[in-house]
Each structure stands twice: as structure tokens, then as C-alpha cells.
Design a protein around this ligand. Structure first.
Ligand SMILES: *[C@@H]1O[C@H](CO)[C@@H](O)[C@H](O)[C@H]1NC(C)=O
Ligand SMILES: *[C@@H]1O[C@H](CO)[C@@H](O)[C@H](O)[C@H]1NC(C)=O
Ligand SMILES: [Zn+2]
Length: 325
């Protein structure tokens, strides 16, 4: 056995006391500053002891609205949704309009500003809303990454087209109105072939790898990014919030059932861009939030069998809903 040499004199009563003090200080320090989470908000994948930030469970430290009772996203339990005849197909105006814009890595997602000319109306919305911007949430190299889930199923990516009531000029003002913002959410699904309509976006990702990276986008229209109108008649509706801080509860959500196809390669391209610390931007979705008694409505693209008691319940709820609109 090799000798370990003379032991350091930690065994003296004073040395041991000092050691305890050091341990105590380190412990206290870690409670105050260490992995407790402080500073900017971030997604769980960004969090580490080296990079202290408020992960989703601590977003209420960034903004107390994030602990509200009407938060998004949610898991949609399809058998608990209520079919609402007033949820007719939305009317899309100027969605075909081709525009030039830029795409930005904003440190949380990729975002594209949209000229305020495309509008949505109908579909049970209280008024006309105009498109402001769109952005996406995704997983890790095509893995689960949508924000909303359907019966627990998470899709690889989700598109959010953010709209505000047409008389507002900025989102900040619109968010002060309980129904000021309407977001259209679309899921993506893996397909065997590339979706050519997404090439302008996918091909530009490589030039916005770094946070704050911005690049001009070839001409696109909103219509080319979403399913055909006949494939958008089935959707879910509920009232929720922004899915990033400040988590403002001013959003009428429309989540479409029919997903947009993208190839695995196209989905993977999103996992090549980076958060501000250089980590790959993956899993930039917020976990689902409690429903807290909210009802999710369904546009009723499909016929469902209902018992007479369920029908009565639906009627009563529908009557109670006249004040909602
Ligand atoms: C509409 O949906 C069907 C079935 O999911 C799909 O095969 C078709 O490609 C879609 N069409 C468009 C234009 O999105
Ligand atoms: C990105 O831009 C914002 C605002 O201009 C700035 O505060 C931030 O430090 C920038 N982040 C990086 C990583 O460059
Ligand atoms: Zn979003």
C-alpha cells in the first residue's frame, strides 16, 4: 500500500469548525445565487448553474401573470371539448398577399414580422383581427416540440400567427384588452417529402444562427404556410395567454386540428440555430398549463354521438355562453 502521506491538520477542533463554516457559507450562497434561478426567463434546456435564468416553473418571478389561472398552452382532451355551432370556418382576408419581410432569431424563437394587412374574422371571433407576426416552437431535431398537445400527444413543431384587434397599432396596447389578441396555432407533422412552400424559411435559418441575427426573407404569403381553407374547418377554441413572459391573459386561441407537413430534414433545420449563450435552440416550448375549469370548444368538423343528458348539458352551456361572445 502506498503511503498517503501526512494527513492535513483538519482534525484539529478549530480546523473542523472552519470547514463547517465554509460548507455552511457555500450552502447559503448556493441558495441565494446558485441554481435557484434568477435574471432573464429561459426554457428548461437553457438552464444550468453556469447560466442562471428563470426556467418555466419560475416564470412568475419574471412576471406574476405567468402564475395566472388562464394560462397557455394546454393539453386539449378531445372528449371533454364542447362542439359549438358558432365556430364556423374563419374568413381569411389578404392571406394570399405576398410580402417581403425579415426573419429574426430573437433568442427564444424565430420570428417574422407581417404587414398589418392580413385579417381574420368570423369563426366566433368577436371582431376582425389583423396579423402582426408569426413565430414557431419546436423540439430537438424533430422530436416532440409543440406547445399545445392533443390528448397528450405533442407534435414536432407549432406555428403561432399572432393577430390583434384591427383598430390597435401595437401589441402592447392590444394586450391590455381581455380579447385584444387572437393567435392561430398550427401543428406540424413529419412527412416523407419536403414542403416546398417552407423552403424560403428553412433555407434562411442558416443565416440567423446567432441571437439577434436577422436576414431578409424571400417573398412569402401567410396562405402558403398554412393548410388550404377546406383543411382549416376543424379547430379548438379557448381563452388563454401568451406562452412566453409576460404570459398576458388576453388571447383568444384557435388551434387547428389539421397539421402542416414538413420533412424530418426541414424540422431538424430549426434545431441548428442558437440561444444567446450559443446552446442549440431546442425544446423552446412551454409545458402545458392547468385548465382550471376552462371549457375548450370544438368547431365540430365531425359529427359526434351525444346522449340526451350530454345534449342537455351542452344546451345549458350554450345558453350560458351567449354572454361570452
Ligand atoms: C388537406 O388534408 C388532407 C388530409 O389530411 C391532406 O391529404 C391534404 O394534402 C391537405 N391539403 C392541403 C392543401 O393542405
Ligand atoms: C440582442 O439585442 C438586444 C436588444 O437590442 C440586446 O439587449 C441583447 O443584448 C442582444 N443579445 C445578443 C446576444 O446579442
Ligand atoms: Zn408562440
Amino acid at each position: 500500500m502506498p503511503s498517503l502521506g501526512k494527513k492535513p491538520s483538519l482534525a484539529s477542533p478549530l480546523g473542523s469548525f472552519n470547514m463547517q463554516l465554509v460548507v455552511l457559507c457555500v450552502l447559503l450562497a448556493s441558495f441565494w445565487t446558485g441554481c435557484a434561478g434568477s435574471g432573464d426567463w429561459c426554457y428548461q434546456t437553457q438552464f444550468s448553474c453556469q447560466h442562471e435564468c428563470n426556467a418555466p416553473e419560475k416564470w412568475n418571478h419574471a412576471n406574476r401573470d405567468c402564475a395566472g389561472r388562464n394560462q397557455s398552452p394546454i393539453n386539449i382532451v378531445t372528449r371533454k371539448t364542447l362542439k359549438d355551432e358558432r365556430l364556423t370556418p374563419l374568413r381569411f382576408e389578404n392571406y394570399q398577399q405576398i410580402f417581403r419581410s425579415s426573419i429574426k432569431n430573437n433568442g427564444h424563437s424565430v420570428q417574422v414580422g407581417v404587414p398589418h394587412i392580413s385579417t381574420i374574422t368570423g369563426g366566433g371571433l368577436p371582431t376582425t383581427y389583423k396579423a402582426v407576426q408569426f413565430h414557431l416552437h419546436w423540439g430537438d431535431n424533430g422530436g416532440p416540440g409543440s406547445e399545445h398537445t392533443i390528448d397528450g400527444e405533442q407534435y414536432p413543431m407549432e406555428l403561432h400567427i399572432v393577430h390583434m384587434k384591427s383598430h390597435y397599432t401595437d401589441l402592447t396596447t392590444a394586450l391590455r384588452d381581455k380579447e385584444g389578441v387572437a393567435v392561430l396555432g398550427f401543428f406540424y407533422e413529419k412527412s416523407n417529402s419536403a414542403n416546398k412552400k417552407y423552403e424560403p424559411i428553412v433555407n434562411t435559418l442558416q443565416s440567423i444562427i446567432a441571437t439577434n441575427g436577422t436576414s431578409s426573407l424571400p417573398s412569402i404569403s401567410l396562405a402558403q404556410l398554412i393548410p388550404s381553407e377546406q383543411n382549416m374547418t376543424s379547430y379548438y377554441r379557448y381563452k388563454g395567454s401568451l406562452t412566453t413572459p409576460g404570459c398576458t391573459e388576453s388571447v383568444i386561441w384557435t388551434v387547428f386540428e389539421n397539421p402542416i407537413p414538413l420533412s424530418t430534414e426541414q424540422l431538424k433545420a430549426f434545431s441548428t440555430i442558437q440561444f444567446h449563450d450559443g446552446k442549440l435552440m431546442t425544446n423552446n416550448f412551454r409545458p402545458v398549463q392547468p385548465l382550471n375549469g376552462r371549457q375548450v370548444f370544438y368547431s365540430g368538423g365531425a359529427v359526434v354521438l351525444v346522449s340526451s343528458t350530454l345534449l342537455m348539458a351542452a344546451l345549458v352551456t350554450a345558453l350560458g355562453l351567449t354572454q361570452w361572445n
